[in-house]
Design a binder for this molecule. Structure first.
Ligand SMILES: [Zn+2]
Length: 257
């Protein structure tokens, strides 16, 4: 099984080596900004590498919102990141499920998701799989609770949509990790990537605060159980130094087939 970490984007392959990672994830632009990604000088080396690469899109993207000053640039930025992800040979582009504003009908959020995929299709399509990630907080989220995830997937029927399951977000979002792989696959039919994270916040706290496995609120055995039963590659988005992340990677490797 392929295990790795979210790393700094300056020299991702060196970061992979420092952690013994088979898979890495990084940002192609400021995660809090709206700037389009720039071409990378190391694109060829990244494409040719044995390390599997995933790109995380900026956090500012929210294709679900009713605010068109955010929704329209979000659609465009998501497609720009998908194109830039293809340039570095990425296996997928991760994007958060997003949310609608308080008082707005959540159905409009699912509808806006469908429009984001329709927009990309009209522009030539996403050149890499887009993996929608479950989120931890908020009452108006499209992919926190799995009843909402099911409605999101129904709205996207007919499009090629992947899923990234984050263990911290699921736990803090109020979804039991026991049996979660079967529950998710019952909705989406697939899990493309696991974000293997401990949680600083408690169950259903709504807090998106990642923690190293042995320091967090989640039973670490449950995290490795989710990874192994999913059969998907895993990226640790856990805090600290390369050594801290390497310890989380080692924890999983010791317990996986
Ligand atoms: Zn995540």
């Amino acid at each position: 099984m392929r295990i790795g970490a979210h790393v700094d984007a300056t020299d991702p392959l060196a970061e992979a080596k420092a952690r013994g990672a088979d898979v890495i994830q990084f940002f192609l632009a400021d995660p809090q900004g709206w700037k389009a990604p720039k071409p990378r000088e190391d694109a060829g080396a990244l494409r040719d590498s044995d390390v599997d690469i995933y790109i995380h899109s900026p956090y500012v993207i929210n294709v679900a919102t009713g605010n068109n000053r955010i929704r329209i640039p979000s659609r465009k930025l998501l497609l720009a990141h998908a194109r830039a992800a293809a340039e570095v040979g990425a296996k997928g582009l991760i994007v958060h499920g997003g949310h609608v504003n308080a008082g707005d009908d959540i159905e409009s959020g699912f509808d806006n998701w469908r429009k984001a995929f329709a927009y990309a299709e009209a522009e030539g399509g996403f050149p890499v799989p887009v993996l929608i990630e479950n989120t931890a907080g908020g009452d108006n989220a499209c992919a926190r609770r799995f009843d909402m995830l099911a409605r999101l997937w129904a709205a996207l029927d007919g499009y090629e949509v992947g899923l990234c399951l984050d263990t911290c977000h699921a736990f803090a979002g109020g979804e039991d990790l026991v049996g979660i792989v079967d529950r998710v696959k019952g909705i989406t039919g697939r899990i493309d990537l696991i974000h293997a994270n401990g949680s600083k916040g408690g169950f259903d706290s709504g807090q998106d605060r990642h923690e190293n496995f042995l320091r967090g609120e989640i039973d670490p055995e449950l995290i490795s159980e989710v990874v192994s039963s999913s059969g998907a590659p895993a990226v640790c988005e856990t805090p600290g130094s390369a050594e801290d992340q390497a310890a989380d990677i080692a924890y999983l490797r010791e317990r996986l087939p």
